[in-house]
Structure formats: C-alpha cells, structure tokens
Ligand binder design. Structure first.
Ligand code: FAD
Length: 418
C-alpha cells in the first residue's frame, strides 16, 4: 500500500480543518488535509460571528475571504410578533471585531480550501479516512479514494476536524449524549427576485414563531437567501404528516407574520434538507496523538451561530498547542485545551438553554431597553465568551435567569398592581 509521512494529518477541510492546517503550515509544519467530498459542497452554518475573524486573520485566510465579497454581517435581528430587538456588534462590551459575514458555506469553505492549496498545503479531496491505529503518539491512518484505492498516512499527530463525520469519536468510541433537548431543523436557499431594498433586504434575522421554534433568514450577497426552521424534533416532525421537507418548510414560513409575504410561495433552490437531533458531544476532546476540533467535538444549537466560531477557535488552539509541544514545552491538554474550550462552550450552553426557556427572550424584548445589559449580551453573541470582565460571561449561570425573573415579576405587578 502507498505510504505518506507527515507531521500532522488534518481530517476534514471545513473551517476548523482549514484554520488549523493554514496556521500549522505558516509555522513550517508538514501538514496534509484529507477531505471526503469534492468542494464546493453544501453544508449548513451560514451566519458567522465576529470572533471567527480573529482566527481567519491569525491563519492568514482573511484576504482570500475578503476577496469573495460576502454579505457583511454587523449584527443580528430578533423578531417576536411586533417586537424587534437588534444587536449591533459595534456596541458590544468586549474588545474585538465588530463585523463578520453571512455566507453560502459552499463558496466560503471552497475559498479557504483553494487558498490552502495555493499556499502549498497538500489537500486531498475525494478521500475518506476509514481506519486509524495509534502506536503511542504516532498514528497510521488508512484513507480510501473514490476508486477504492487505499493509502496509509503516517503522522505524528492527528487533528480530527471531520464535523458530523466524527471520525475519531466513532473509531475510538468517544461519542457522548448532548445535554440539550432534541431539536431539529429544515433549511434551503431561495433566489430573491424582489428582495427589499437596503438593510431590510440584507439583514440577518431570527423570527420567533413559538418560544422554542424560530425561523432563520440569512441573505447572501449573491442574491440568494437561506431559510431554515428550528424547533423541538417533535414539532419539526409535526410540520408535515408524511415528513415532506418542502411541505414542512412552507408550513413554517406560513407561520411567520413578518416573512410570509416575502418568502411565501418563493421556489426553493434545492429540496429542503432536514438535520435531525443535531446536537452532539464527546467524552474527551483529545488523547495521545490527537485532538478533536469543531463539530467533531461538541455542537450545541444554531440559535446564536456559535458553531463555526467554536470550530475555528478549537482548530486554532489545537494547532497552537501542537506547536508548543513540539517546541519542547509541556502542554497540559486538559487545562489548556479542554477546560478552555469548555468554559466558552458552557457560556453558550447557558444562552441556548435560556433561549429555549424563554428567559433570554424576556431580556431581549424588554422595553425600555437596558443598553448596558444589551452591550454585555452583544459581546457574548459576537463570540467573546472568554472575557471574564463581562458579568454576562462570568456569571452566565445565574444572571439571565435572575434578571428574567425580576422582569417577569415586574410585568406581573403592572398587570395586577394589588
Ligand atoms: P464541517 O464544516 O462539517 O467540515 C467537516 C468536513 O469533514 C466536511 O467537509 C466533511 O466532508 C469532512 N469529513 C467528514 N468525514 C470525513 C472522513 N471520514 N474523511 C475525510 N473527511 C471527512 N454554525 C454557525 O456558525 N452559524 C450558523 O448559522 C449555523 N447554523 C447551523 C444550523 C444547523 C441546523 C446546524 C445543525 C448547524 C449549524 N451551524 C452553524 C454549525 C456549523 O454547521 C458547524 O459548527 C460547522 O460547520 C463546523 O465546522 P467544522 O469545520 O467542524 O465541520
């Protein structure tokens, strides 16, 4: 069997794998990326948050993405009936980027992958990892191309960025149940012939249909818009009796007072895709000779668009820790990798849970707006979830619950002053 020898094997060329590989190559590591599909390929995850810009910049990927002229995302709008709450990232509490993009991921991921190739990285499309064996830190990975040819990749370290492919979690039995309740989604793209002019047309929006059910509207600079419905799996399944995804998404759009006129009856560009019970978790995020990054570790929920940001954060951190270790420094993967990633994941987990309890929605839509609270929540929504100066990060476990409780009590009192 043909053999190749590399320092680091990266599995998967999504945002996590691309950031990791680009950063390693920038630091003179011999890296190979193996990607199962051929790009461009369809993948969900189109609304980014500003924290990702730090990673693209550090990995030398910002220029190739800038050149794509993706739609600029400077904030996010949440709609509940007549109520509207707009976050502007330039008004956030923490330091950091105040804009990012909303992107058709097929083009976005392809732009990064092509840049990797341009930088001289060995990126092999159409080859799938099928087996891995470890001997201490070193590993031998068997990959198979679409003609059935197999090859061995000998590596000193593996970064598993295989997303829902979850290569090492599957092979090493690392899957763990998610702590979040089962939610599912159905999405597609539409071509907008009559997109409203100006900000209304291009603004990314989340329309709450019921406390636990929401519709996403993500307009792209190419004139297409992504539409998706998210909710408890039982609810999503109830949208169409025979589980027809087109019928289900049409039904969801019809439930949106805000968007029914804009999107009702607009033809879908592809058969809506259903992603059932999408949350994932793992027992451990690293082991001898490997680290798991991105969706290969944990995926929470799309509501705050944190997926790609965690994918690039973990991809970048795994690469940095590999470099540190090979430079002869001691790395404590438990504290420097798992604990660091978990602290950010835990903040977003609270926000996701409190979104679906309705508590966060109480804070978002409360009038008059509390601008100080809004700035602090905005920093979390921008992905700056390691800034312990922000009480909405540091005290995430209680602050939302407590504030919502007080606001709900006040509202009750106003209804019945006695
Ligand atoms: P991916 O982007 O999935 O890339 C993994 C790559 O690995 C793929 O290209 C795959 O082909 C390859 N691969 C898989 N198996 C193998 C194998 N055996 N061998 C070789 N290659 C392999 N995130 C956001 O930030 N914003 C959003 O708006 C958002 N919306 C979402 C909506 C829904 C309904 C869901 C379910 C998720 C959403 N996400 C969102 C999450 C986002 O999709 C992921 O977090 C993100 O794509 C993870 O990036 P990644 O690089 O880890 O994996």
């Amino acid at each position: 069997m043909q053999k190749e020898f590399v320092d680091v094997l990266v599995i998967g060329a999504g945002p996590s794998g691309c950031v990791s590989a680009a950063f390693l190559q920038q630091n003179n590591v011999k890296v190979k990326v193996v990607e199962k599909t051929h790009f461009p390929r369809l993948v969900v995850g189109e609304s980014l948050i500003p924290r990702v810009m730090d990673h693209f910049e550090a990995a030398g990927l910002l220029d190739c993405l800038q050149a794509m002229n993706f739609e600029k995302k400077w904030g996010a709008r949440f709609i509940r009936g007549e109520q509207i709450c707009v976050f502007d990232f330039s008004e956030k509490f923490s330091e950091g980027w105040d804009w990012t993009w909303q992107v058709p991921r097929a083009d976005f991921d392809n732009a990064m992958a092509q840049e990797l190739i341009r930088k001289g990285i060995d990126l092999e499309f159409g080859s799938e990892v099928i087996a891995v064996t470890f001997e201490g830190k070193k590993s031998i990975t068997t990959i198979k191309d679409q003609d059935g040819n197999e090859k061995e990749i000998h590596a000193n370290f593996i970064i598993d960025s295989s997303g829902y492919g979850r290569v090492l979690p599957r092979l090493l039995d690392l899957d763990a149940p998610s702590g979040l309740s089962p939610h599912s989604s159905i999405f597609t793209h539409v071509k907008e012939a009559n997109r409203p002019q100006g900000q209304e047309g291009t603004m990314i929006s989340f329309d709450i249909l019921e406390t636990e059910v929401w519709l996403w509207v993500i307009p792209f600079s190419n004139g297409n818009t992504s539409l998706g419905v998210v909710g408890p799996t039982d609810f999503i399944n109830s949208l169409s009796e025979n589980q027809n995804t087109k019928e289900a998404l049409e039904k969801a759009i019809s439930l949106s007072d805000y968007y029914v006129n804009r999107f009702g009856g607009v033809p879908f560009l592809f058969e809506p895709v259903k992603l059932e019970n999408y949350s994932r978790s793992v027992k451990q995020m690293y082991g001898t000779g490997y680290a798991l990054t991105g969706n290969s570790t944990e995926f929470l929920d799309p509501v705050f668009s944190s997926g790609v940001a965690f994918a690039t954060e973990s991809g970048m951190l795994a690469a940095k820790l590999y470099l540190k270790e090979t430079a002869g420094e001691l790395v404590n993967w438990e504290t420097e990798y798992t604990a660091y990633m978990k602290s950010g994941i835990n903040v977003f987990t609270t926000y996701v849970k409190e979104w679906y309890t309705g508590n966060l929605q109480t804070l978002f839509f409360h009038q008059p707006e509390n601008l100080d609270v809004k700035r602090k929540i905005c920093a979390v929504l921008a992905g700056y979830v390691w800034d312990e100066e922000n009480p909405f990060v540091k005290k995430h476990e209680n602050v939302i619950k407590n504030m919502a409780y007080i606001l709900n009590m006040e509202a009750e009192k106003q209804k019945s002053p006695d």
